[in-house]
Design a protein around this ligand. Structure first.
Ligand code: GAR
Length: 216
């Protein structure tokens, strides 16, 4: 099976990018990151890409008049790398329906909550304030609904009484670095797809909450 071509979009630190990059370089993922694209000039993930010898591209949204023109340029840049899979890894932009439709079935996002809970921002603080005893992260296919597409894989952490948003975020982040490369691995081995019925892994339809990842 030919290695898949992956384009990763970031806005910041890029620790999820790093986790995926490491697994492509170690051969655990049957794929290659063709390019990393950031909408912010100061995103550390661009440095991570350069250090790994991967094309690091800046497309600054502030240089565009509106969301539509930025996303049109973004699609053009992404498509110049002919990706099989586009991975949003801390890409903090709302996407136009045109962009989302263009990458239907090959666009992933990771979100720091147990979706469908806590779409949007400040997820860790919101979980604490709600008194939840579990929190976590989710990888999902992107659809036009913000943080709302079909779920691929989810991992949980327990919330302890002495947790604050920062401590919780740190534990969730560690799990993100496990489940995001895993989802990319599945896709790159042709084990994962999106159909009208939902998300299929190894030919079986997943539950709407996605695959429940547990650490050993
Ligand atoms: C991650 O925690 C990711 O779940 C979150 O941004 C962070 C990026 O970290 N994404 C969202 O909140 C998207 N709605 P990273 O740059 O170190 O990978």
């Amino acid at each position: 099976m030919a290695p898949k071509r992956i384009v990763v979009l970031i806005s910041g630190s890029g620790s999820n990018l790093q986790a995926i990059l490491d697994q492509t370089l170690e051969g655990q993922i049957n794929g290659k990151i063709a390019a990393v694209i950031s909408n912010r000039p100061d995103a550390y993930g661009l440095t991570r890409a350069e250090q790994a010898g991967v094309d690091a591209r800046l497309l600054d949204h502030k240089q565009f008049a509106d969301r539509e023109s930025f996303d049109a340029a973004l699609v053009e840049l992404i498509d110049s790398y002919q990706p099989d899979l586009v991975v949003l890894a801390g890409f903090m932009r709302i996407l136009t329906p045109e962009l989302v439709r263009h990458y239907h079935g090959r666009l992933f996002n990771i979100h720091p909550s147990l979706l469908p809970k806590y779409k949007g921002l400040n997820t860790h603080q919101r979980a604490i304030e709600a008194g939840d005893d579990a929190h976590g992260c989710t990888v999902h296919f992107v659809t036009e609904e913000l943080d709302g597409g079909p779920l691929i894989v989810q991992a949980q952490v327990s919330v302890t009484p002495d947790d604050d948003a920062a401590s919780l975020q740190q534990r969730v982040h560690q799990l993100e670095h496990q489940i995001y490369p895993l989802a990319v691995q599945w896709f790159c081995e042709d084990r994962l797809s999106l159909s009208d019925a939902g998300v299929e892994l190894d030919g079986e339809l997943l539950a709407s909450s996605g695959y429940q990842y547990t650490t050993r």
